[in-house]
Design a protein around this ligand. Sequence first.
Ligand code: AHM
Ligand code: MG
Length: 338
Amino acid sequence: MTLQRIKTLTQFIVERQSQYPQAKGALTRLINDIATAAKIVNREINAAGLVDILGFEGADNIQGEAQKKLDVYANERFIEALKGGGECCAIASEENEKIISFQNEFSEMGKYVVAIDPLDGSSNIEANVSIGTVFSIYRRISDLGGGKLEDMLQPGINIVAAGYVIYGSSTMLVYSTGHGVNGFTLDPSVGIFCLSHPDMRFPEPPTIYSINEGKYASFPAGVKKYIKYCQVEDPVSFRPYTSRYIGSMVADFHRNLIKGGIFMYPGTTKQPKGKLRLLYECNPVAFIAEQAGGRASDGYKRILEIEPKTLHQRSPLFIGPKSMVEKVEEFLSKPAND
Ligand code: AHM
Ligand code: MG
């Protein structure tokens, strides 16, 4: 690729911003802050086998799960970058019990709030499996001053921008501001994200289903039936589908966005609301999925329309191409003995 043909993330967002003369660049700067922190986290992840950063930190996070050192490191880097950047007035992180609110020292604006899972899928770190960062950005609804809980408890339909970073065989930032989805691959030699996947859409026909089938016995009847439907031979609808499950939501979602497939994390008998958190995990990928022509549902309704009651609430998640998500919703809406 010649240099003239490369479009960097910064060029791309500045270009996009110039289409909106009223925009003052705050969102652009905020996304840049996230990208900068992602590069620092990426460097540490790449060096994980070399330095003493793998393993447990010794504390549990608010979900009662042991925090890995890299979880803590990533959380600190994103908080620093967002606080220092001056464009947001509060952060809700999967790693912190309460919101982190700051009166912005650098700007009287601070008109955005950010919900973030700094390092999702961290149980995969030791095995060199892809992990990710997931984020969503909302406009604050409270008056000026430090951000408040109410700013965070907004439904996903209020998202202004959302995205994820996948630390995989290459590192990518995928994001949307509500005008389609674009993906940028990090060139590690120069530390720049370059546009590599413009206007991402779920391809047709989709052929992959992703779910932790080890939990099959405790899934709702409709999900069990949908899994069987995926496995039935029917060349017209390209079944049987291929099963793929990494156990890292960002990586599973990203593969399905590129190759065409559904990711499911249903409720189980032990955890009726599933495992994934609405604010940090479900909402941002739901926003991306819809912008890529797909659908995200809790099995019955659109994820983005759920009114959050608490910061760390969980939700079942069915996400991917519209046709696949609608099919699983159809199975779930039937009586159990049907
Ligand atoms: P985490 O936030 O503690 O990393 O957990 C979330 C992860 C997701 O990335 C992934 O989809 C899911 O947990 C896998 O869970 P399971 O091991 O139950 O299949
Ligand atoms: Mg997570």
